[in-house]
Design a binder for this molecule. Structure first.
Ligand code: UT7
Length: 323
């Protein structure tokens, strides 16, 4: 008997405030044209001053639980992917646990920056297939606006805030790639590349710090590593790119998304793109994109999906799942 982690519900939350590229033209030497051409981003959402990452996460979690027809009492675990937890500790996941009114089970954060949601899904899958949990709420939530240096035009126009969540449930499968649920995962990191993308603050400095990025270098690694990991996880699942219905990529840059699809030999009509509306929401971008396109009716039960992401670390990876 094969146990599969099957998706029962998906949901998202975006803060109300929308900031357009034109808004940045008023405060920086930049243009709507540059931001669109170089990144594909047109607008992004920013959290209100009193909204934290766990607030966003709770809204997305409730939406996913509603869709699954479940309540907090049905969950065994919460895994929250974030690099912008409300506090250094406790984890934002335990804050979400409390806010949902979940009294049993366990909750923890996963920190793998923009690859965080893929790492969280791989962890949830491991808990489910090993029998340690039956129902896991997996959330990606971020308030990257809090990490921006508003004088650095090369980074502050790229990021946004938001949250997305999936509910996974242990379900009996046949062991074949036709099963629904998570079919394969593939994770990597290489700490030698830490200077390419990092925050220059934290516990050791006494300040939160700001995001610093060598964009061109990250870009170079991204296309190559994302296509490689997507192909590796498809291979582990016994599938090929020809079997894929949708790629749900981390939404950092339209040119990275297009380059990865091209390397995999897939046309853009099989790629989910939301970067124009959300900007780069780090660990939230994949579940946000999934939720938005499920709402639109694009992703349907039985569709084969590859989710892939790369970010600070460098950390990267992919998950193959059947919706
Ligand atoms: O989520 C984690 C992973 N992160 C990523 O995947 C991000 C990866 N990198 C990227 O998305 C792209 O590298 C960027 C969008 C960050 C930049 O695009 P690029 O085509 O690599 O541009 P560039 O860094 O090579 O900069 C080109 C020019 C520079 O001017 P010079 O030196 O050629 O005169 C920049 O100063 O564009 C300038 N520039 C801007 N101009 C107007 C940088 N930012 C801006 C801006 N507005 N906001």
């Amino acid at each position: 008997m094969t146990i599969r982690a099957v998706i029962r519900g998906v949901g998202h939350y975006l803060p109300e405030r929308v900031v357009s590229n034109a808004d940045f033209e008023k405060m920086l030497d930049t243009s709507d044209e540059w931001i669109r051409a170089r990144s594909g981003i047109e607008r992004r959402h920013f959290a209100a001053a009193d909204q934290t990452t766990s607030d966003l996460a709770v809204r997305a979690a409730r939406a996913a639980l509603d869709q699954a027809g479940m309540g907090p009492q049905d969950l065994d675990a919460i895994i929250l992917a974030t690099s912008t937890a409300d506090l250094t500790f406790p984890s934002a996941a335990t804050m979400v646990q409390a806010a949902l009114g979940m009294r049993q089970g366990f909750a923890f954060d996963v920190q793998a920056v923009c690859a965080g949601f893929v790492y969280a899904l791989a962890n949830a899958n491991a808990l489910i297939v090993s029998g340690q949990a039956r129902r896991v709420l997996v959330i990606g939530a971020e308030t990257f606006s809090r990490l921006m240096d508003w004088t650095d035009r090369s980074t502050c126009v790229l990021f946004g805030d938001g949250a997305g969540a999936l509910v996974l449930e242990a379900t009996e499968g046949t062991g074949s790639p036709a099963d629904r649920g998570i079919l394969a995962t593939d994770l990597h990191s290489d700490g030698r590349f830490r200077e390419l993308l990092y925050v220059d603050g934290g516990v050791s400095t006494g300040q939160t710090g700001h995001l610093r990025m060598q964009g061109r270098e990250v870009f170079r690694h991204a296309v190559e590593k994302l296509a490689e990991t997507a192909e590796a996880s498809l291979h582990k699942a016994g599938l090929t790119a020809a079997d894929v219905d949708w790629i749900v990529p981390h939404q950092a840059n339209i040119r990275i998304i297009e380059g990865t699809a091209r390397k995999m030999g897939l046309s853009m009509d099989r790629v989910v793109v939301t970067v124009q509306d959300h900007g780069n929401t780090s660990a939230a971008s994949i579940p946000l994109a999934m939720s938005v396109v499920v709402e639109r009716g694009q992703i349907k039960p039985g569709d084969l999906i590859v989710a892939e992401a790369i970010g600070g670390g460098l950390a990267w990876g992919s998950v193959v799942l059947r919706w």
